[in-house]
Design a protein around this ligand. Structure first.
Ligand SMILES: [Zn+2]
Length: 282
């Protein structure tokens, strides 16, 4: 059981890691990008939100990709994990920095959200200075770290794969604009036309399918994050997104993990080893 070996990182970032990193080397060329699993709202940012405590808690419950560090990163060297330190509703590191480049900004969900998943105001209006402070504290260092780690791997291996680690609610949230009642897969593989090797997407699809999961390509979400300096420029940087349906591993009402989480983490890890390990040609 993978869970038996989880413990907290003494460095204090709260990530579950494995004591002995047995699996470190086979996946050492992979950077795990975990943008949405933090629930943290720093105390000095709380006053920006136009929601009472219960509303804020509900919004965090719905929008967080809960436990994705645990699901994807068991057995990984913490140095290879780039995880956002705050909730996506504080700053969403998965978005483009400029609202003009970010399609979700039109829904009040650019890098700094102004609307909730239900389309009501999330924040009071903030000043340009407050906006810049948020970016300086949370967005810019996160992306610098991602760039740095990817460059390190390019230096060592001549290539690097950014694995974008997400989950999604079993029922679409209003902001998604999806058809009500549409069936959602268990696992979604998100690809980028330039950075995702087709053989990798196909491999993930067939391996997860063989384990009995219903897998879809770019549905309900598409794309995969790449460090901005490499985006559409450097084909040594591969990227793929994996998104897990939250009903596979948690109670979406209480926010608690269920008993299937450890086994699912094991399935994911085994699949990553097969599709991204040294024997795989990506
Ligand atoms: Zn996400």
């Amino acid at each position: 059981m993978i869970m038996d070996r989880f413990h907290h990182n003494p460095a204090g970032d709260g990530l579950p890691i494995q004591a002995a990193f047995e699996a470190e080397l086979p996946l050492d060329g992979v950077i795990f990008h975990v943008p949405h699993d933090s629930t943290d709202i720093p105390a000095d940012v709380r006053n920006q939100f136009a929601l009472d405590d219960q509303q804020l808690k509900n919004e965090i419950l719905k929008m967080t990709d809960h436990f994705t560090a645990r699901l994807f990163c068991s057995g990984s060297n913490p140095q290879n994990i780039v995880r956002a330190p705050v909730s996506r509703i504080v700053v969403d590191v998965e978005r483009f920095l400029e609202d003009s480049a970010e399609p979700m900004a039109a829904k009040g969900m650019g890098v700094i959200y102004t609307q909730t998943s239900n389309g009501i105001p999330l924040r009071r209006p903030i000043s340009l200075n407050e906006r810049q402070l948020l970016l300086n504290r949370y967005y810019i260092p996160h992306h610098q770290r991602l760039e740095h780690r990817v460059n390190e791997k390019l230096g060592i291996y001549g290539k690097c794969l950014v694995l974008d680690c997400h989950s999604f609610p079993s029922v679409a949230l209003p902001y998604e604009g999806s058809e009500a009642g549409a069936t959602r897969p268990d696992i979604c593989i998100g690809t980028d036309g330039f950075h995702t090797p087709p053989s990798l997407a196909e491999g993930l699809l067939s391996e997860f399918s063989a384990l009995g999961f219903r897998v879809a390509l770019n549905d309900p979400f598409a794309g995969a994050l790449v460090p901005i300096s490499k985006y559409q420029k450097d084909n040594r940087v591969g990227a793929v997104m994996i998104e897990i349906n939250r009903n596979l591993y948690m109670d979406e009402v209480s926010g608690e993990p269920n008993e299937r989480l450890p086994e699912l983490a094991q399935f994911i890890h085994a699949t990553l080893l097969k599709c991204l390990g040294p024997a795989a040609r990506w």
